[in-house]
Design a protein around this ligand. Structure first.
Ligand SMILES: Nc1ncnc2c1ncn2[C@@H]1O[C@H](COP(=O)(O)OP(=O)(O)OP(=O)(O)O)[C@@H](O)[C@H]1O
Length: 234
């Protein structure tokens, strides 16, 4: 199995400047690899650092030390310390992030929101529209909503638009932050099917799933984040 992402000795601290400079050691010495077609699930209690790890992998947080290397443009690319434009290229071509929340952009239609990751990669508009329609149908977003901006959609509709967008293209690495949270049974199953298809297509998936049944369907392996117990230092 080809390794798609390699994480080595990752440390992340938060310094609370407004609170006597308390330092939270949230990620300590995290190391793991994920291969093509594999889904690794982050396990750990609330506050163990799961979301922090996801945000660090996506380049939102700079770790104190360690390495995050992803297979990008046929070579292992070091994300830690990379320039913002390189991180943007990784996000466009290599690493997708699906959370339960849609970042709504005023006046951009639902169909355009979903198509955007494919257009950014140079897909023809008709091919992108076809895939977007198929995903929106599978996720039970009524066709009458497709030409409207999702700002006024219900929470569940926005979540499903975000999932359609996330699964629009095959990402070499996919970060899934509670993608099935608060979905009904039918749509939850659609998301589990989409995750299965991404694995089949060779994506390396890293996920957070509070839903135990979903976790058990998708996980090939677990990473125990409880060993991470936050320590505090003044
Ligand atoms: N931006 C931040 N600044 C300071 N501390 C933070 C920040 N983000 C997270 N933390 C702290 O890091 C720890 C881990 O938080 P994180 O959100 O990663 O946990 P989690 O495992 O995802 O929890 P949950 O399952 O509740 O979502 C918590 O103690 C939290 O207070």
């Amino acid at each position: 199995m080809q390794t798609i992402i390699e994480v080595e000795n990752l440390h992340k601290t938060f310094t609370l400047h407004q609170q006597q400079g308390v330092v939270l050691n949230v990620l300590k010495n995290i190391s793991f690899n994920v291969g093509a077609g594999e889904c690794v699930v982050l396990n750990g209690h609330s506050g163990a650092g799961k979301s922090t790890l996801m945000r660090t992998l996506y380049g939102n947080y700079l770790p104190a030390s360690g390495s995050i290397r992803v297979l990008h443009q046929d070579r292992m690319f070091e994300m830690v310390g990379a320039e913002p434009r390189q991180i943007m290229a990784v996000r466009r071509e290599t690493m997708g992030y699906v959370s339960q929340f849609l970042r709504v952009i005023p006046r951009v239609t639902c169909l355009d929101v979903v198509m955007e990751p494919a257009l950014a990669r140079g897909w023809a508009a008709d091919k992108a529209a076809q895939r977007a329609r198929q995903l929106l149908s599978r996720l039970n977003i009524p066709e009458r909503l497709w030409s409207l901006a999702p700002g006024t959609f219900s929470g569940g509709e926005q979540q499903r638009v975000n999932i359609a967008r996330g699964f629009m293209v095959t990402w070499p690495v996919m970060l899934l932050d509670e993608p099935t949270a608060s979905l009904d049974e039918v749509n939850r199953q659609v998301v589990l099917d989409l995750i299965g298809e991404a694995k089949q297509a060779g994506s390396a998936l890293i996920g957070i799933f509070h839903d135990k049944a979903a976790r058990e369907v998708v996980a090939d392996r677990y990473i125990d984040m409880n060993a991470q117990e936050s320590s505090h230092a003044a």
